[in-house]
Design a protein around this ligand. Structure first.
Ligand code: CAA
Length: 249
């Protein structure tokens, strides 16, 4: 397919569970998808897996927690692929543990990767989007930002910060054709959730989910697809919960 005139969508943390589903879906929707990754070995396996599915992505390495590295990556993408129309801030990590034992390093790593990353990508992109008069920014937060979660002071703080950021940036660029929204997934079947000790996952978390199951990655990708569309131009500064009824407010 000639990708020259397709809208360009950058997905950070593309090689993870949610990132993969989002890339697949945006490609199916007819976007030129650029996949950001951090770990080259994982990325090589991912590329092969995607090729086996008949999908090809432009892939760019960059640690989203590093402002300078993100700037270099963005410049390269814009030179080689073109201006970015859609940004999905999906990259994120967990380093769970009770706060009374949490080291500064585990706090810092999670805040940098999950919150500073959103500053880093948006700061490098937003002026270009303003000049072009168009943009879609979708930030992935979490149900745990809204309700708190035992063992996730670092993660909940970062993810709650993401939505405050979303609302403010949404206000500032509302007249420029750019929308900024948050999606707050609940417990979705990804490696991140599978890393929770089985006893806690099955006996503590699953019973809290009224629909009685964990979510699927494609369910999050479906909403990303909607918010990324041109038709979603009146939706901005919003937060969408996809959590099986686990938390409502
Ligand atoms: N509520 C209350 N108490 C809990 C608890 C909970 N949800 N989970 C664990 N505990 C208690 C245990 O019962 C145990 O208590 P006792 O000592 O009285 O027996 C204690 O916590 C465990 O003590 P540890 O020293 O083992 O605790 P720790 O500091 O190592 O932390 C933990 C354990 C890492 C927090 C572990 O409980 C855990 O992994 N919990 C799940 C956290 C979670 O949900 N993470 C989400 C990851 S996925 C994600 O974040 C994606 C998303 O956006 C939804």
């Amino acid at each position: 397919m000639d990708q020259q005139n397709l809208p360009v969508a950058l997905v950070t943390g593309a090689t993870g569970g949610l990132g993969t589903a989002i890339c697949r879906r945006l490609a199916q929707d007819g976007h030129h998808v650029v996949a950001n990754y951090r770990n080259p070995e994982k990325a090589a396996q991912w590329r092969a897996q995607m090729q086996a599915e008949g999908l090809q992505f432009a892939m760019y390495q960059g640690d989203v927690s590093d402002f300078e590295a993100v700037g270099q990556m963005m410049a390269l993408i814009e030179a080689e692929v073109g201006p970015i129309d859609i940004l999905v801030n999906n990259a994120g990590i967990t380093l769970d543990g009770q706060f009374r034992k949490m080291t500064y390093d585990r706090w810092d790593q999670v805040i940098r990767t999950n919150l500073y990353s959103v500053f880093n990508t948006c700061r490098h992109l937003v002026n270009g989007m303003i000049e072009r008069g168009y943009g879609r920014i979708i930030n992935i937060s979490s149900v745990n930002a809204q309700k708190g979660q035992f063992g996730e002071a670092n993660y909940a703080a970062a993810k709650a910060g993401v939505h405050g950021f979303t609302k403010t940036l949404a206000l500032e660029v509302a007249k420029k054709g750019i929308t900024v929204n948050t999606i707050s997934p609940g417990y979705i079947l990804t490696d991140m959730v599978l890393a929770i000790p089985e006893d806690i996952r099955v006996n503590r978390i699953l019973p809290e989910i009224p629909v009685g199951r964990f979510g699927g990655t494609e369910e999050i990708a479906h909403l990303v697809s909607f918010l990324a569309s041109r038709q979603a131009s009146f939706i901005t500064g919003a937060n969408y919960d996809i959590n099986g009824g686990q938390h409502m407010y």
